[in-house]
Design a protein around this ligand. Structure first.
Ligand SMILES: [Zn+2]
Length: 259
C-alpha cells in the first residue's frame, strides 16, 4: 500500500509543504536562495577573487616594496588560508627587525566587506598607483622608509565567501565560529549581550585555523602596533531601509552599505 493523494489533497499537501519550507527558511534564516536576501552588490564591493588578483598585480608591479605569501592551516578537515602582504621599501631586508613594525588586519568578520576594500586602497596608495589627497609624498616616504608593514586584507576568507554567496549577515568563519571570540583572552566569557549564534567562540581558544595563522604571524613578525580594522554591524540608513545584520533577513532590496 502506498500513499495516494486526490488532486485537492495533493495540492493542499504541496501548499503546506511549501508553507513549511517558507516558515523554516524564516525561522532558520539560513536559506541563501530566499528572495528576501539582498544580493551581493558587485558594483560597490569587489569579490574576494578580484581583490586577491588586484593585490597580486600590485606585488608583481612593485617588487621593490611589496611581497606576499599565503599562510595555511587546517583543523579537523577545515582549511583556511590567509594572504599576507609585506610592505618594505628596501626589499632585501623584508623582515628588517630594526624598523618599526606594524600589522594591519582586515576582514576578520565576513560581512565587513568595506574593510577589505580599504586594504586594497591602502596597498594601491603605498604602491603609488593611487594618490593620497593632501599628502606630501616625500615626507610620507620618509616615514614609510622607517617601517615594515604587514597587511592581511582578508583574514576570514571562508566567511567572506559565504557573504558573497548571499548570506550577507554572516560574521563568522566558514564553520560558524566568531574569530574575534576565538582568542585565548576572555575565551568563553559570556557578556550581557552575548549571542551564541553570532559569538560562537569555537571549541577551545585558537581552535580555528584563521586564528592559528594570525597567532603565528604575530609571533614571527612581533609588531610594535597591531590594528585590526572592523566596521559596524548596522547600516547608516537602517531606519529607512529596515535592515539590521542581526535580523538575518533584509526587507529592503537596495541595501548596500555596511559599516
Ligand atoms: Zn568585526
Amino acid at each position: 500500500m502506498g500513499f495516494f493523494f486526490s488532486s485537492s489533497s495533493s495540492s493542499s499537501f504541496v501548499f503546506f509543504f511549501l508553507a513549511f519550507l517558507q516558515l523554516f527558511s524564516i525561522v532558520n534564516g539560513r536559506n541563501l536562495t530566499h528572495s528576501s536576501f539582498t544580493p551581493f552588490n558587485h558594483d560597490l564591493y569587489h569579490s574576494s577573487r578580484f581583490i586577491a588578483k588586484e593585490i597580486k598585480g600590485l606585488v608583481v608591479r612593485h617588487p621593490d616594496r611589496l611581497r606576499m605569501e599565503t599562510m595555511r592551516a587546517q583543523n579537523k578537515g577545515y582549511n583556511a588560508e590567509v594572504l599576507v602582504v609585506t610592505y618594505n621599501r628596501a626589499r632585501k631586508d623584508v623582515n628588517d627587525s630594526s624598523k618599526f613594525r606594524i600589522l594591519l588586519s582586515f576582514g576578520q568578520h565576513g560581512r565587513e566587506l568595506i574593510t577589505s576594500e580599504l586594504a586594497l586602497r591602502l596597498l594601491s596608495s603605498l604602491s603609488e598607483e593611487k594618490s593620497i589627497p593632501n599628502v606630501d609624498l616625500s615626507s610620507l616616504n620618509n616615514i614609510l622608509e622607517k617601517i615594515v608593514l604587514k597587511v592581511v586584507p582578508m583574514e576570514n576568507l571562508n566567511g567572506r565567501k559565504r557573504v558573497e554567496a548571499g548570506d550577507l549577515c554572516e560574521r563568522r568563519n566558514g564553520r560558524g565560529v566568531d574569530l574575534n571570540r576565538n582568542w585565548s583572552v576572555d575565551w568563553g566569557k559570556k557578556e550581557k549581550d552575548y549571542d551564541p549564534h553570532e559569538e560562537n567562540p569555537g571549541t577551545a581558544p585558537f581552535s580555528e585555523p584563521e586564528t592559528q595563522i594570525m597567532r603565528k604571524l604575530s609571533k614571527s613578525f612581533d609588531p610594535h602596533i597591531w590594528v585590526t580594522v572592523h566596521s559596524g554591524m548596522e547600516n547608516m540608513s537602517q531606519r529607512v531601509m529596515k535592515f539590521k545584520h542581526v535580523q538575518q533577513i533584509s526587507f529592503g532590496s537596495s541595501f548596500y552599505f555596511f559599516m
